[in-house]
Design a protein around this ligand. Sequence first.
Ligand code: PRP
Ligand code: ZN
Ligand code: MG
Length: 226
Amino acid sequence: MSTSEPRLRIAMQKSGRLSEDTQKLLKLCGLKLNLSDRRLLAHVSNMPIDIMRVRSSDIPGLVMDGVCDLGIVGDNTLEEEELDRQLKGNKSDYIRTTSLDFGGCRFSIAMPEEFEYTGLACLDGLRFATTYPQLLNRFAKANGINVEFCLLKGSVEVAPRVGLADGICDLVSTGATLEANGLKEVAEVFRSKASLIQRADPLCEEKQAILDTLLPRVHGVMKAKE
Ligand code: PRP
Ligand code: ZN
Ligand code: MG
């Protein structure tokens, strides 16, 4: 591996909701890489780019801290990290380079099917399981209600059944997970898609040149899908 030439470092989700579409996008952009092995920093063989495969919740921070030059991440994850860092007074700036055309979902409040929902006010004082407490907290505040949290990193939909929470706030795409767990969507908190983000500090000349080659390809791939 040569270290002399600067390589653009892109963070992507290792596995999960966005990883397949992200891989597809990189492939269609002409990047030759082998993601099938266990190496978490994959070397693109035909361009000076390295792909770092990590947990989605780590991507915004890696870009905000300048560890990675670019990241492909869901807007919900991005916004959650930004709010969390702002609250703690940590570095939270980044550039949204492009909104991508995949990863669409709603971040919604869902309640047990038998719950009589009469509007947001009836959620006041209740406890919600979620992976994104900052997003939910901002929504609750904006709507004049107080909510409590129970943090779960996954399988959030199980929480009401086992008495951990009254309801949940989680990502909904087909709604199948809600239905399978006896829940119904009652309020949309945030609409999310995937974004390509970039660290706020300017890239060096060489890395900027790589990005200038890559970006038109990203736009071209999206255009071709229209
Ligand atoms: C995601 C999300 C929802 C579900 C939504 O979970 O957190 O649970 O998918 O998709 P649906 O509306 O099409 O059912 P994921 O499968 O990524 O698992 P995790 O939450 O346990 O990480
Ligand atoms: Zn090398
Ligand atoms: Mg889930």
